[in-house]
Design a protein around this ligand. Sequence first.
Ligand code: AMP
Ligand code: MG
Length: 401
Amino acid sequence: MITLDEHRARVLAAARAAAPPPEERSLQDALGLVLAEDVRTRWPIPLFDNSAMDGYAVRCADATPGARLRIVGDVPAGSGDDPPIAEGEAVRIMTGAPVPSDADAIVPLEHTDLGTAVTAMPPDAITVTQAPHPSAHLRRRGEDADAGALAVPAGAVLGPWQLSAVASAGWDRVLVHRAARVAVISTGDELIAPSAEPARGQIPESNSVLLAAAVRAAGADVVATHVVSDDADGLAAVLAETTADVVILSGGASVGAFDVAKAVLGGREGVRYDAVAMQPGKPQGFGTIGDTLVFSLPGNPVSVAVSFEMFVRPALRTFAGHKVIDRPRREMTAAVDWRCPPARVQVLPVVLDGDTVRPASAGGSGSHLVSSLAAAEALAVIPAEADAVTAGETVSVMMLS
Ligand code: AMP
Ligand code: MG
């Protein structure tokens, strides 16, 4: 028996070693990926002095209350014009437009006799009703950031806001860590399509659905899904053909007579089957074949869900360059008593109620209780030393959303 932490350390070391070099991507193809180098602005932000308001660019000294100013130009956003402004003159200007070199303040539309009623052509003249401060409503070149300033640091996850910051900094391509391409393989003679009529001994295949969705939710790409029978040659053929970075098998990982995954992979160099001191998820196969990481998980759906969270998801995130590879943990209070297996870490699907948790399954912690997964919101992780949890006790909870 090895500990959960020992198995996880072996998995993560292999995932770090398998992580590919960074790649260049367009911003459209970079959502959710981790930035591999600092992105710096190509220019100062803002790029030029511009107006923060729709109004009139003025010489501040002229714009006293009651002053009548002649409008000698019109500068919409996007205009490159720089009209001169003499004494007693002003230029109509829109938000974001470059401020004429002769102006040193903006009088907003609201602070003139004409107010906010907008016309296509600028008026001949306006009367100032409220004087601007010097530099009023001017956004100065470089006020947000100097040229070369850090816009988005290496290691950042590229969400919509980060991608827009990269674009504002003047780039449409980024160097990123790519996500893993994952193949999912379910094994079992008893497995049928969910909508098929089960004959005696048959059950709907659900692990590939769980794993494919969990892989996508973790930011990786599913490139293939297979359901194979408990036939060594068939499984070996599927494995030989895969070009995925990561293969996740479920089922047949134990010591049963027909445990096909272990039969095919158990003897391969680089792959090991271990009894991990956890419940559920005790039989775990893992290793590297060529450049491919291979997980051979037990078949019980709850074991698959727990194994994914404890080992596969952190590995996928390590592969993709994430700094944060684990779900957030919270200390919460047990709402009820429950029993734990001796000398094994218990990873229990739980339901949250305020700051308390209770097992998601009323029927105990069996790894076969599939329907409890649908209600579960988190996983309570109880150390191997504990043989029971008592209501009121503090437990460590891995939050799933
Ligand atoms: P195994 O690890 O292959 O012995 O499977 C353990 C249990 O999980 C058995 O009850 C299987 O029928 C069930 N099981 C295995 N694979 C799947 C699957 N892909 N979908 C649903 N149940 C499965
Ligand atoms: Mg099986």
